[in-house]
Design a protein around this ligand. Structure first.
Ligand SMILES: C[S@@+](CC[C@H](N)C(=O)[O-])C[C@H]1O[C@@H](n2cnc3c(N)ncnc32)[C@H](O)[C@@H]1O
Length: 285
């Protein structure tokens, strides 16, 4: 438990131990010479939004999107409404716009969406959470890339996301996504540091893996001309069995689980997976 949180197990046994009656905090002038409280770290994908595209400039979005569209076409996708789930700044949305597809985006971060809207003014972007989003109409294809779904830190959250996707897919609609496995997060992230200069941003991201919680953590430090910040992100790995179990529980049919990025056989040491799933073609009778 962090030091600043009250010990909720402690029972007050004298008048003095009891919490004061609720009311406004009295204004206090800072002590002369006192050090101001450090600013809390910004929430994930807030401050990062304005430097995200510089840091991700070399990411192979076009190849990932080609994989998504090829896999979807193999399941019968031939156009219609498409949703980029966890679209961020729209880097994996843009190639579909270029192809004339009817794509929309959804993300939980207003800051990331603001960048996406500036870059792709003709596209509809929705703010929503993976676990609870509610959009009008249904989609022929929902896709999600670059670990977005690893931000779901429990089975319950992943299942809730899968149910929302299922509810938004047309009958026979396709869901394609990538996901880091526990092997990938443990092996790649443990003790790993990624640092460099991207445009005018110096970044130093430290990765670690907590065996007790099974969660990977990244401390993303960025020094920009507007100031420095650190965002702390967490990811949870999902292996092929977990993905199959959770998608099936949501009523989706898992068509294929393969190795990212080449689509080969995954094997036990796969670090990242591609998953292709499909909604039933007809509602259960
Ligand atoms: C690593 S970024 C990937 C963004 C984009 N897909 C790309 O490839 O550049 C992950 C994105 O997922 C979003 N995200 C994380 N958890 C979310 C949640 N529970 N609901 C909605 N969006 C979420 C973040 O705001 C962020 O934009």
């Amino acid at each position: 438990m962090p030091a600043h949180e009250p010990d909720t197990d402690a029972t007050p046994d004298t008048e003095l131990d009891r919490a004061p009656a609720p009311g406004p905090e009295p204004e206090r002038a800072p002590e002369p010479g006192s050090v101001p409280d450090p600013q809390p770290d910004p929430a994930p994908f807030t401050a990062l939004a304005r430097v995200y595209d510089s840091i991700m400039a070399d990411i192979e979005y076009d190849e990932w999107v080609s994989f998504v569209l090829q896999a979807a076409a193999e399941q019968g996708f031939a156009g219609g409404r498409v949703l980029d789930l966890g679209c961020g700044t729209g880097n994996a949305t843009r190639p579909l716009v270029g192809l004339g597809l009817q794509v929309e985006g959804l993300d939980g971060s207003e800051e990331m969406l603001a960048v996406a809207r500036r870059k792709l003014p003709g596209v509809t972007f929705h703010r929503g959470d993976f676990t609870s989003f509610e959009l009008p109409g249904r989609y022929a294809l929902v896709y999600s890339v670059f670990d977005s779904l690893n931000n779901l830190l429990t089975d319950e959250a992943f299942l809730a996301m899968a149910r929302r996707v299922r509810a938004h897919l047309e009958p026979g609609g396709v869901f394609v996504f990538d996901v880091n496995t526990p092997v990938g997060l443990r092996g790649l992230w443990e003790g790993g540091v990624a640092a460099g200069l991207a445009d005018d941003v110096y970044y130093r991201w430290e990765h670690s893996f907590d065996e007790a919680t099974g969660l990977a953590r990244v401390e993303a430090y960025c020094d920009t001309p507007q100031g420095a910040f650190t965002e702390v992100h967490h990811e949870r790995g999902y292996d092929a069995d977990a993905v199959r179990r959770l998608l099936s529980a949501a009523g989706l049919e898992v068509v294929e689980v393969s190795r990212h990025p080449d689509g080969g056989a995954p094997g036990p040491y796969a670090e990242r997976l591609w998953v292709v799933a499909r909604a039933p073609t007809a509602a259960p009778g």
